[in-house]
Design a protein around this ligand. Structure first.
Ligand code: PLP
Length: 272
């Protein structure tokens, strides 16, 4: 009986969800009904997603030293396992020696893909743990602000995201959100108007980067506004992360205090 539960294929164990998986695959194959935040993960990504790592807890972080190690050093198992045995690992549980390596590898690859504007991969502090963009932004709010702090973000109706202070989202419930809009005549950002709102409301954090704004962002101008009023600048590049990594869109790295993005939009990765 136990063997049946643990080793059966989904089709035998529970045909209903199995059938739904097949139908959904077929729907996605035949019909292109997509919102801009969606993409198709390559099969290799889906293969990695259903690995044995899903069985374990790995709260905490890999060893800090791995942030400045090269990919070859991170994948040097003898080196990594010796370190793991010698130093008490900084996680809360045991059995995470390979989870450490895979997370360190993801952080390193991310740092290499996004190092820009004169910063080296070693100078970037990457966190790959959030399960998607909304929890990533929540973590940024939590790390940098006290509840009730003023945040300045683009209005949802003008291209911002729910997590940029919308009243239906926790960002709008727990923080005091002020919103800038696009210029009604040009439909583009009006940096002077953003600066005027910042001077008036003195936000603790300014958010730039959007769900539906097709023009590029002048990160330097946003940083100058943030510096003038003593605010953090969060660049939410969820939609354009793939273009930023590929050099086709201006990078906010080194200009924004924090950069957040998802891995399942223009990066075509797993949800994250
Ligand atoms: C600008 C922006 N930030 C954050 C998110 C949130 O990402 P997720 O839906 O993966 O949590 C989105 C989603 O589309 C987005 O457009």
């Amino acid at each position: 009986m136990t063997d049946f539960l643990v080793r059966s294929r989904l089709a035998d164990l529970d045909p209903a969800p199995h059938e739904l998986l097949q139908i959904e695959s077929e729907r996605q194959f035949r019909r292109l009904i997509r919102i801009p935040s969606e993409s198709s993960a390559p099969l290799a990504v889906r293969e990695a997603m259903s690995s044995a790592f899903q069985n374990i807890y790995a709260e905490g972080y890999p060893d800090e030293a791995t942030r400045t190690q090269t990919e070859a050093e991170i994948l040097d198992y003898e080196l990594q396992l010796a370190g793991y045995r010698r130093l008490a690992d900084p996680r809360y549980y045991k059995g995470v020696e390979y989870a450490d390596i895979v997370e360190a590898l993801a952080r390193r690859r991310c740092a290499e893909a996004f190092a820009a504007n004169g910063l080296t991969p070693e100078e970037l502090f990457v966190n790959v743990q959030p399960l998607s963009g909304a929890p990533a932004n929540n973590a940024v709010y939590h790390a940098l602000l006290e509840p009730g702090a003023v945040v300045l973000g683009m209005s949802l109706l003008h291209g911002g995201h729910l997590t940029h202070g919308s009243p239906v989202n926790r960002s709008g419930k727990f923080y005091q959100a002020v919103h800038y809009k696009v210029d009604p005549a040009t439909e583009r950002l009006d940096y002077e108007a953003v600066a005027a709102l910042a001077r008036e409301h003195r936000p603790k954090m300014i958010i730039a980067g959007y769900s539906s704004y097709p023009w590029s962002v002048d990160w330097k101008k946003f940083r100058a506004i943030a510096d003038e009023v003593g605010a953090y600048l969060l660049a939410d590049i969820a939609h354009v992360a793939g273009l930023v990594a590929g050099g086709a869109y201006p990078s906010p790295i080194g200009l924004a205090h924090v950069v957040s993005f998802t891995t399942h939009k223009s990066l075509c990765g797993p949800r994250g």
